[in-house]
Design a protein around this ligand. Structure first.
Ligand code: ACO
Length: 327
């Protein structure tokens, strides 16, 4: 069975906040943010919601796939910032789209959320569960940022990306297409380097004065983790797909930091031209980074039939994942 991406879509909030805008709110500068991370702007939700952006991205992906919402058998959304605890984001998207035949659930794996969701949908589709699946990465990270902590809040943005997957019987005479190999991993023992605690318990039996928690991060530990783990995971996934790293046309990586992407390219001995980026415009959007970038390169004609693409995500958990596709 081949499982292919047949449509992509994305959505970001209207409000575009530059580094200079932030420097008027806190002690930071365009120079510091740009040289340390490559980020120049981010889009922040004002009226937009995680659900609203996910629905917009999904509608675009469905349009490109040329299918109706009713044809979807599965919706999986990777998110750390749904609008509610209950119902889940995927069910809200299902309702808004009218995807009444789909099973819908969320998956929490932070910046690897889209990769984990993609892998889950791939396995469901390859098992014959349904023909079409919608995979989403959507975040409103601005609501969990500590806006008094300049070392984290300048890095992140809001947005959503989506992809429609289609399962098709493989043609034995042709080369395999679609998702050729995936690798996922986790290391909970190192989880506290990037965290955001849950809201304080406040039942009648618990006395709790804890304040609401926001994202906190040991940036240097995350940096070291990323530059070590990502090249290794990509190499493993490429090998699993039966390809060599040199054969890959595009590496669509999680958009955390330009220096991380450069370090990965260097370790893989690949030119930066193979690593498209959009973090300059959107910052780090956790689970939404990879599907938004995939949609951007897809719509800019950078992917052709037969292109070999790596998708890779990494982040809190710690979690990481890579997938290799032939388009
Ligand atoms: N503006 C100005 N100065 C700042 C800012 C800011 N926004 N933030 C921190 N500083 C200051 C610090 O206070 C510190 O000052 P000091 O030397 O007087 O104490 C100085 O800059 C250096 O701070 P460091 O934290 O050591 O800066 P570093 O060079 O490590 O860069 C960064 C920080 C960009 C976060 C880096 O560690 C990094 O890229 N880490 C990777 C983590 C990452 O990208 N995470 C994203 C989320 S996780 C994920 O998506 C995978």
């Amino acid at each position: 069975m081949n499982v292919k991406i047949v449509g992509t879509g994305s959505a970001v909030p209207k409000l575009r906040v530059t580094n200079d805008d932030l420097s008027r709110l806190m002690d930071t500068s365009d120079e510091w943010i740009k040289t340390r991370t490559g980020i120049e702007n981010r889009h922040l939700a004002v009226e937009e919601t995680t659900t609203g952006m996910a629905v917009e991205a999904a509608e675009k992906a469905l349009r490109q796939a040329g299918i109706t919402a009713e044809e979807l058998g599965l919706i999986v959304a990777g998110t750390a910032t749904p609008d509610r605890f209950l119902p889940n984001l995927s069910c809200e998207v299902q309702s808004a789209l009218g995807a009444k035949n789909a099973v819908a659930f969320d998956l929490s794996a932070a910046c690897s959320g889209f990769l984990f969701s993609l892998n889950t949908a791939d396995v469901y589709l390859k098992s014959g569960f349904c023909k079409y699946a919608l995979v989403i990465g959507a975040e409103t990270l601005s609501k969990i940022m500590d806006w008094s902590d300049r070392s984290t809040c300048v890095l992140f943005g809001d947005g959503a990306g989506a992809a429609v997957l289609c399962a098709k019987e493989a043609d034995a005479a042709a080369q395999p297409e679609g998702i050729l190999g995936t690798v996922l991993g986790s290391d909970g023992a190192r989880g506290m380097v990037l965290r955001c605690d849950n809201r304080p318990v406040n039942n009648p039996y618990v006395k709790n004065d804890t304040a609401l928690s926001y994202v906190s991060m040991n940036g240097q530990e995350v940096y070291k983790f990323a530059v070590k783990t990502v090249p290794r995971v990509i190499e493993e996934a490429v090998k699993k797909a039966g390809l060599a790293v040199d054969e890959i046309d595009l590496f669509v990586l999680h958009q955390a930091n330009y220096r991380i992407i450069e370090a990965v390219a260097k370790r893989l001995h690949q030119p930066m031209e193979k690593f498209p980026t959009n973090l300059q415009e959107y910052g780090n959007i956790s689970a939404a980074s990879v599907p938004i970038l995939l949609d951007n390169v897809n719509n800019h004609g950078m992917i052709k039939k037969g292109s070999k693409i790596v998708l890779a995500g990494f982040g809190a958990g710690l979690t990481w994942g890579a997938a290799v596709l032939r388009w």
